[in-house]
Ligand binder design. Structure first.
Ligand code: ZN
Ligand code: ZN
Ligand code: FE
Length: 757
């Protein structure tokens, strides 16, 4: 044999299946004149190559530097071998091995090449709504099991026609081994159904559906991870009808536009936001609304922001090309239920809401909502993590045992860990009804299957009544570890940044179970991955009426006013008191004072609610965090003054909300505008936390600060603290890849549960 012949075996891991990786390897090998083979195995992509030694090195270098767009290599293990004198280079069929290390890619937006074909009258896929290739299309939502091959997906029912098969089998083709490959002759089809669910004859279902939308109809559209409800976003009556039927009174609705130019007619778009809107993940991006733009006011009432996304399926492109500058595209569900995914399910659950259904016969194996992101302080912040991101892992600083963390209750997600990878599930929803609970159970089973993870440790919240906790308690044969809610928040942010501690953790949100029997939510902790110590918290006030105090911020106003002024508070000349009515105020105050149905809370989220109510912004909310959001939006720019704050020394320290509340009330009675009061309130909190962190650093030498919890979705507070703490010499960490809210908490539970012994 030629002495200059060498052979090498490469095992490649990462997102390397279903992303055009093998054809890339094939062509790379041909270009370097190498022989051998490539195969998908359950340990990764296995490449055997032989040829001139310098060619092998060049091949290996380009393997990493020229990876296809959707692929992500995390590891290449190389071993030298004896050359075998292979005749050529070939791609071998998938084989199943002992352990699965290869990552499943997320669903991604249709690529430029496919789009060009979609609108090319000479192409055989002209106007075909299911066009895709190895660089784009559905993945996570159609995969039932591994290895990722067509028979393990919901495409198994469609036998490829000869033309599609030829593409699929030709290594040089863009559709080589594209599992969802299809065309009008052999693939899935669209069908239009009326409100009763009966099929409607239409030569072009897209054109027929567009005609209905133009008349103001509500259209249910089957997408990638579930159904959307669509209406013309410039038609106020259609938007109002959708809200009424969906029983969603105030929560903002997402809007889809054909391109950036259309978006710019109603929203401001920065360069970074434009890049995010156009990225293959195609998230909903929260943008600043143009005042007096063409959007119906009902799309995002009383909101300076609007959630916008660009089309991501070929069907979206076809629909929007019918001449809609903006369509409302909101999840096809009733408020608080999971997004509908099956045809029968959608017809049943959305009847009474939709006037027509645009269906197709490609099954959705797993539902997956649209993701939501926002640019804050120069970084992208994920608010809801689902389609486009899942199941891409968060890479951890060290390897952990196989583990499942089941999250909290609201905005639930679960997290599976294998080695140094943490896989967060898509947003599941609020675990408060049967439909969401079923989605929770199905998501766990599906993720364990496609990721091939058999957990040994189970992590849940300390709260005994969360459905996720109860589910965890029912499982047998696993080590169950309960993790305090705010410790988990802090740990989630630590995990994202590869920190193990110790850090100062500021965890602020609406609600979390405290081991002392109070409701926590304004916490300053000293934490590492295993343990935490409560260094400071907001002094507790009662929540008169319990959960009712979350829906009705005026109750928190009464509670905080009573705590700040004593029983004489009711004589204050405040609109929140007069509008609520003397009797109701009196009852709530008595509940608070007597401790009847009035759990104690240190929640900063509830303090935001109280201040929003006192300022007359909102006495009742339609969704959690609404009042706090409006208080943030109210805050004037350019105000430097800040309210003074105080804390009481002790272990833990108690931050006193009363001086803040009194400052708000006094400024309001003096006639100062709410915008200025809100700004001073935000600034006061920033100064408070910076001052507190300085003190803790003096005492304990901790110089790293981690910010987590739903309150840090507040851009004003987050920006202020990032700036203030950095100026004071701290290293500050905040959420980017996973939500600051409870949607990220499972990641933190995982880190804590694995770190304890
Ligand atoms: Zn494509
Ligand atoms: Zn075909
Ligand atoms: Fe929380």
């Amino acid at each position: 044999m030629d002495a200059r012949l060498a052979a090498r075996r490469l095992l490649v891991n990462g997102i390397v299946q279903g992303v055009g990786f093998r054809p890339f390897v094939y062509q790379l090998a041909l270009r370097h004149g190498l022989k051998g083979e490539v195969a998908n195995t359950s340990e990764g992509v296995l490449i055997d190559i032989e040829g001139a030694p310098e060619r092998l090195d060049a091949f290996e270098a380009e393997l990493v530097s020229r990876t296809p767009p959707l692929a992500r290599i995390t590891e290449v293990r190389a071993t030298e071998r004896e050359p075998r004198g292979a005749a050529g280079f070939r791609i071998v069929e998938s084989r199943r091995g002992a352990s699965m290390e290869t990552l499943i890619p997320p669903d991604v937006a249709v690529c430029e090449d496919c789009l060009a074909e979609l609108f090319d009258p000479r192409d055989r896929r002209f106007r075909y709504p299911f066009i895709n290739c190895t660089n784009c299309g559905p993945r996570y939502t159609i995969i039932e099991d591994i290895p990722y091959d067509r028979p393990k997906t919901s495409m198994r029912d469609f036998a490829m026609c000869p033309a599609c098969r030829a593409e699929y089998e030709h290594p040089a083709d863009r559709r080589f081994h594209a599992q969802p490959n299809a065309c009008p002759a052999c693939g899935p089809r669209l069908a239009l159904h009326n409100a009763a669910g009966d099929p409607v004859a239409a030569a072009d279902p897209v054109a027929a559906a567009a005609a209905l939308l133009r008349e103001g109809a509500i259209l249910a559209v089957k997408g990638l991870g579930g159904f959307h409800l669509a209406v013309d976003a410039f038609d106020p009556e259609a938007v109002a009808r959708l809200r009424a039927r969906k029983r969603r009174e105030e929560k903002p609705l997402a809007v889809m536009s054909p391109d950036l130019a259309a978006v710019r007619t109603y929203a401001f778009v920065t360069e970074e936001e434009a890049r995010l809107l156009s990225a293959p993940e195609r998230p909903i991006v929260l943008l600043r609304k143009r005042p007096a733009g063409p959007l119906a006011a009902g799309v995002a009432p009383r909101n300076r922001w609007v959630g916008v996304l660009l089309p991501y399926t070929p069907l979206h492109h076809l629909l929007l090309a019918e001449g809609f500058p903006a369509l409302v595209m909101t999840s096809g569900n009733l408020s608080e239920e999971p997004i509908a995914a099956g045809n029968e399910e959608a017809l049943a659950r959305l009847s009474g809401i939709a006037d027509a259904f645009l269906l197709h016969d490609r099954g959705i194996v797993r539902r997956c909502d649209d993701s939501v992101v926002r640019r804050v302080a120069g970084k992208t912040r994920v608010v809801r993590r689902a389609r486009g991101y899942v199941p891409r892992p968060v890479f951890l600083a060290r390897r952990l045992p196989p583990l499942l963390a089941v999250g909290a209750e609201l905005k639930n997600t679960v997290c599976l860990v294998k080695g140094d990878r943490a896989f967060l599930s898509p947003h599941i929803g609020d675990l408060e009804n049967l439909a969401t609970y079923e989605a929770f159970c199905e998501t766990i089973a599906h993720l364990e299957r496609i990721l091939d993870i058999r957990p040994e440790i189970l992590a849940c919240d300390l709260h005994p009544d969360y459905l996720s906790t109860r589910w965890a308690e029912e499982q047998r044969g696993l080590l169950l570890r309960r993790v305090q809610h705010h410790h988990a928040h802090v740990a989630a942010c630590m995990a994202e940044h590869g920190l193990t501690g110790p850090v100062i953790g500021i965890a602020c949100d609406g609600t979390g179970y405290g081991p002392d029997g109070t409701v926590w939510g304004g916490e300053v902790l000293a934490a590492d991955a295993a343990r935490f110590e409560r260094l400071a918290h907001f002094a507790c006030v009662p929540m008169p009426g319990g959960a009712a105090a979350i829906r009705e911020p005026w109750r928190m106003a009464v509670s905080h006013l009573q705590a700040a002024y004593g029983s004489g508070f009711s004589r204050l000349d405040l609109p929140v008191l007069s509008e609520t009515g003397e009797e109701r105020v009196r009852v709530a105050a008595a509940m608070a004072a007597g401790g009847v149905n009035a759990p104690l809370t240190s929640s900063l989220g509830r303090l935001f609610d109280a201040v929003a109510a006192i300022l007359g912004l909102r006495r009742r909310v339609a969704f959690e965090g609404q009042a706090a959001m409006e208080l943030e939006m109210e805050a004037a720019e350019g105000v430097e003054e800040a309210y003074d704050t105080e804390w009481e020394e002790g272990e833990p320290r108690r931050i006193l909300p009363a001086p803040l509340v009194r400052a708000v009330v006094e400024d309001l009675l003096r006639g100062r505008p709410a915008a200025e009061i809100s700004a001073r309130f935000h600034n006061g909190l920033v100064r408070l936390f910076v001052r507190l962190c300085r003190r803790i650093r003096e005492e304990r030498g901790l110089a790293r600060v981690v910010l987590s919890g739903g309150v840090f979705q507040n851009a004003r507070l987050l920006e202020g603290l990032l700036r203030g703490l950095a100026a004071a010499g701290f290293a500050v960490y905040s959420h980017e890849q996973v939500p600051a809210n409870d949607g990220g908490i499972a990641l933190g539970q995982a880190l804590v549960a694995a770190s304890r012994n």
